[in-house]
Each structure stands twice: as structure tokens, then as C-alpha cells.
Design a protein around this ligand. Structure first.
Ligand SMILES: *[C@@H]1O[C@H](CO)[C@@H](O)[C@H](O)[C@H]1NC(C)=O
Ligand SMILES: *[C@@H]1O[C@H](CO)[C@@H](O)[C@H](O)[C@H]1NC(C)=O
Ligand SMILES: *[C@@H]1O[C@H](CO)[C@@H](O)[C@H](O)[C@H]1NC(C)=O
Ligand SMILES: *[C@@H]1O[C@H](CO)[C@@H](O)[C@H](O)[C@H]1NC(C)=O
Length: 510
């Protein structure tokens, strides 16, 4: 992260640090005046590295898009990148389906490389595979360059979920027309924010897509629909279920870091203890770095070794806790923490020192989205969280957004545009052909749909699943529940396609 982004993250959540019972009062009051900062939990975008993941065969193409789909204004157009494979497509005559992955906040090649499920099942369906990139990410930059697209609030104002959905809709419609494939059914896929897009696209564009598999899509993480503590409570319980002492060590560590930092030479000692590449300027930077390790560990707590965000062993939280707990008697809290997070940041053993600021870019697309439409309240509870206690404070959030982007958030827009309150009724009455898949180990699962809504709006919930594990390629190590989950998803998608053909035929024969 550059100075700018780091500052922006810190300003977004300048939170009041509420005294943990164990904290000596002097530290507590100091912390309260300094404020404890917390970054927005992210999905994955920041780590999107196209070289991470499997490579699949596709062609890269570009399509000219309007900058603003919702006004007639003649604005400069931009090139949207999309990846396409027609290798297994049975074509228009046989109504070969089109599998469209709703690109989310990152380079589309990375999502293609990490969404093996779509590639794995396409041959069986004779499907075309399409991965359109989300505007303002990867190569799909309005105004010709990232710097110009990210220049200011005016240039960023076309970075919205509605515009991205319209991009997908316009692209697939144009593609189908050019291929005389108007009758081919489109099935949507998406993970995380991409899963939210897939859900919303199915609801907004039912004439374009016949169904959506929305994996780990926290579409209810808005306003007061779910408690703001949900995310950090789930991260915490993922650690607690492995080991109470590990949970306790982490819970204690935040105060220890603050008090160490206040000692003479404290920041230098922390720099040394955590083998940081550059001198620590404030303890918040270290806390933030640890916080994101724990949150990401909970997301990628997969049962087999993986290289999604970072190279990691299977059951990585179990491994982190094993490291922390197996330190000899008398090992300090911070030494234990160091051992633990090394599993996340240095599993390969090749890291020479730790770089706290690792994002080379300045302004960040997800921060912009979080400051405009995607306002997801986050808090950390006193009882069940291993993170410092804090309450969600919308005013300070809003101030941070104004400072960073000169923009005022629209915290109620998403639910107005797409729904959210009493969403189950809406889905029951107006929705069909949506799968919400979630693993309960994933901290985002708490903001998703975890109950079956109707015959065709189905929730697949796995106890041992983490962040959209079902969208990954199948591997020899897949546990039975995962094999079964994917088989069920295939069965449901097959049903949507058959149903589509049946209804279409009956309409034509009238
Ligand atoms: C469809 O054809 C038109 C006219 O040649 C072209 O401008 C457009 O880019 C094509 N659409 C896609 C998705 O390739
Ligand atoms: C990373 O792990 C290797 C192997 O255990 C170790 O030699 C190295 O010092 C570690 N790097 C850091 C920054 O701790
Ligand atoms: C929330 O933040 C605002 C602005 O920073 C501050 O004035 C207010 O005291 C905070 N509220 C609470 C309850 O901490
Ligand atoms: C939803 O229904 C399917 C069967 O259609 C079932 O396999 C699944 O377990 C149900 N989900 C929940 C959360 O009960």
C-alpha cells in the first residue's frame, strides 16, 4: 500500500478503542485519544495476482462500452476486456449455454485462474465460457489509463455495481447477436462481490440470464440487516474452534502491542521482533497487518493446501494455532503471534523481511466502492471477538470518505436498488434459479442467504467450507462434502437449462 492508501484505510475507520478489561488504564486512555484504526475487511482484490492459480485456455478480447449506461450524455467510451472460450461450446444450433462469470474487483485473469469450477464443468454442458472484467479493474480502464480513471471523484463516479452489471448485459447481448445465438441460455457465476453481482444480475436482467450460482455473496451485509459484528465474530470463532489459548493469545496481543510501542525505543523493538523491512511508524500499522492476516486466514481456511492469496497449508488456522500454542513455556505473547502469522505471511520460508505496505497502487477501487455504494457496517464485539472492541461509527466513516475521495457515501442505495430488507420475501415472490452457496467458516457467510427460500432459490451451506471453495477447481484432496456440493450445483444448473428449453419450446408451439 502506498502512503495514500494506508492513510485512507486508517482514516476510514478511526475507531474508538474501548478498554479491554486487562488493559492498564494509562494505556487505555492513550489508545482512546489516539484512536484504534481498522481497515475495511476486503474480499480479495488487493491480492489479485494473475499468476496465481491454474491456467486455462481462452482468448482475450476487448469490447467498447459506454461510460454511463444510464444517461444519453456522449461521454468517452472505454474498452472492456473479456476472456472467452468457445472450445466446448456446442453453438447456436444446439443452443449451447453461455457460462458468464461476473468479474469482480480485480484483474479478470486472476478470477479466471481461480474459478476452475466453471472451466471444469463447461465441457459437460457444451458451454461457452465468458469472463468479462469489471470496469476500473485490470485492463478495463475508462479514460484510457488507470491514473486518469482514478484521478478524482468525478472520474471515479462511473465505478458502480449498476454500471458493471449493465456492461455485462450489453456485452453478452451484443455477443449473442453477432453469433446468432440469441436463444442460448446464459448462466451466471460469481464469488464474493462477484456473487453479489451474479445475484443482482439475475434479479435485474431475468431476460438475459436464466440463473445464478452466487458463492459466498454477502448481499445482506448492508445497513442493519445483519449485526455489524458478524464478520469479526466468525473470524474469531474460526480461531476459537481450533484452540481457546490461541484465541486468548490473539485477544491479549493488541494491548501488548500498544504498550510495547509506547516504551522508549518501543517501535524499533517491534520492528525487530516482527522482522519488518522498514521502521514501524505507529503500532496501528502492525495491528492492521495482523488483523488482515487473521481475516484472510478465515476466508481461505481450506481443507487442503492452496495458493489463492498466499501459499498456505491445508487447515491453515489449525496450523497457525498449533505454532502459537506449541511455543515453549515462557514464550511471550508477541513471540507467539509472530510464530503464528508467519504461517500466513511466510509459509514458503522465502520471505526475508515483512513489508507492511504491499500495494503498489495509490487509490484503490474497492475503497472507492466501499465509500460510495458498498457501505458495509463493521464492528467488533466485546464478548465474542478476539479483535479490539469497537462500535461502528457512521459519522467517522463518512468523514474518512470525504477526506480520501471527496465523496459522500450512499449507505441506503444498494438496498434501494437491489433489495435487502426482507429479502427472503422478495426472493420468494420474484426470484428463481439462484443458488446461494456458503461455507460457515467463511466470515462473509454471516451476510449471505443461509436458508432455502423456494424450490428454485436454494441455499447450500457447508459446515467446513470457506470463501467460495466450491468455485475452485476440483482436486484429488476434495473432501466428500465438497464433491457432493459441486455435484448438486451441476444438477441444479442442468435443471435450469432443461426447464428453459421446455418453456421455450412450449411458447413456440402455441
Ligand atoms: C458485434 O459486432 C459489432 C459490429 O461488427 C461490433 O461492433 C461489436 O463489437 C461486436 N460485439 C462483440 C461482443 O464482439
Ligand atoms: C521465513 O522463514 C524462513 C524459514 O523458516 C526463515 O529463515 C526466515 O527468517 C523467515 N522470514 C521472516 C521475515 O521471518
Ligand atoms: C463518531 O465519530 C464522530 C466523528 O468522528 C465523533 O464526533 C463521535 O463522537 C463518534 N461517536 C461515538 C459514539 O464514538
Ligand atoms: C436446501 O434444499 C436442498 C435440497 O433442495 C438441500 O440439499 C439443502 O440442504 C437445503 N439447504 C438448507 C440450508 O437447508
Amino acid at each position: 500500500m502506498s502512503e495514500l492508501t494506508l492513510t485512507s484505510l486508517l482514516l476510514l475507520f478511526p475507531l474508538i478503542f474501548i478498554v479491554l478489561t486487562s488493559a492498564p488504564p494509562t494505556i487505555a486512555s492513550e489508545a482512546a485519544t489516539k484512536g484504534y484504526s481498522k481497515s475495511i475487511p476486503r474480499f480479495l482484490g488487493k491480492f489479485a495476482n494473475p499468476n496465481r492459480g491454474k491456467s486455462f485456455q481462452y482468448e482475450t478480447r476487448y469490447f467498447e462500452q459506454r461510460l454511463d449506461h444510464f444517461s444519453i450524455a456522449d461521454l468517452p467510451r472505454f474498452r472492456q476486456r473479456y476472456l472467452i472460450s468457445t472450445r466446448h461450446w456446442t453453438g447456436p444450433d444446439r443452443m449451447g449455454p453461455i457460462f458468464l462469470y461476473c468479474g469482480n474487483e480485480g484483474d479478470i485473469e486472476w478470477f479466471a485462474a481461480n474459478t476452475g469450477f466453471v472451466w471444469d464443468i463447461a465441457p459437460r454442458f457444451g458451454a461457452m465460457v465468458l469472463f468479462p472484467e469489471h470496469r476500473y479493474y485490470g485492463e478495463s480502464m475508462p479514460y484510457g489509463s488507470r491514473d486518469k480513471a482514478y484521478a478524482n471523484a468525478a472520474s471515479l463516479s462511473y465505478l458502480t455495481a449498476e454500471q458493471a452489471l449493465a456492461d455485462f448485459a450489453v456485452l453478452v447481448t451484443s455477443l449473442k447477436r453477432n453469433l446468432s445465438a440469441e436463444g442460448c441460455p446464459v448462466v451466471l457465476f460469481g464469488g464474493s462481490y462477484g456473487g453479489m453481482l451474479a445475484t443482482w444480475m439475475r434479479l435485474k436482467y431475468p431476460h438475459i440470464a436464466i440463473g445464478a450460482l452466487a458463492s459466498s455473496a454477502p448481499i445482506l451485509q448492508f445497513e442493519d440487516i445483519v449485526p455489524p459484528e458478524t464478520f469479526y465474530d466468525i473470524v474469531s470463532s474460526s480461531f476459537k474452534r481450533e484452540s481457546i489459548s490461541c484465541f486468548d493469545t490473539i485477544k491479549k496481543s493488541w494491548d501488548v502491542i500498544i504498550s510495547e510501542g509506547q516504551k522508549n525505543d518501543g517501535l524499533r523493538q517491534l520492528t525487530k521482533a516482527f522482522r519488518l523491512c522498514r521502521d514501524l511508524k505507529k503500532t496501528e500499522d502492525l495491528s492492521e497487518w495482523l488483523d488482515s492476516a487473521y481475516s484472510f486466514l478465515a476466508m481461505v481456511n481450506y481443507p487442503y493446501p492452496s495458493d489463492f492469496l498466499m501459499p498456505l497449508p491445508g487447515h491453515p488456522i489449525k496450523e497457525v494455532c498449533r505454532k502459537m500454542d506449541s511455543c515453549p513455556e515462557g514464550t511471550s505473547v508477541l513471540e507467539r503471534i509472530f510464530e503464528g502469522v508467519s504461517v500466513y505471511y511466510n509459509y514458503t520460508g522465502k520471505v526475508e523481511c515483512f513489508q507492511l505496505d504491499d500495494d503498489p497502487h495509490g487509490m484503490d477501487g474497492w475503497n472507492w466502492q466501499a465509500c460510495t455504494e458498498m457501505v458495509m457496517p463493521m464492528a467488533s464485539s466485546r464478548e465474542s471477538s478476539m479483535f479490539p472492541t469497537y462500535d461502528y461509527n457512521y459519522s467517522s466513516f463518512q468523514e474518512g470518505c470525504w477526506k480520501d475521495f471527496s465523496v459522500k457515501p450512499r449507505p441506503t442505495w444498494i438496498t434501494t436498488e437491489f433489495g435487502g430488507h426482507d429479502f427472503e420475501t422478495t426472493l420468494k415472490v420474484f426470484g428463481s434459479n439462484i443458488i446461494f452457496s456458503n461455507g460457515l467458516l467463511d466470515p462473509w457467510s454471516g451476510g449471505s442467504v443461509l436458508q432455502n427460500i423456494s424450490e428454485t432459490v436454494v441455499a447450500l451451506v457447508t459446515e467446513e467450507g470457506a470463501h467460495h471453495i466450491d468455485l475452485r477447481s476440483s482436486t484429488a484432496e476434495d473432501p466428500d462434502w465438497l464433491v457432493e456440493q459441486r455435484a448438486f450445483e451441476v444438477k441444479l444448473i442442468k435443471g435450469w437449462i432443461e426447464d428453459y428449453h421446455q418453456k421455450r419450446n412450449s411458447v413456440f408451439s402455441i
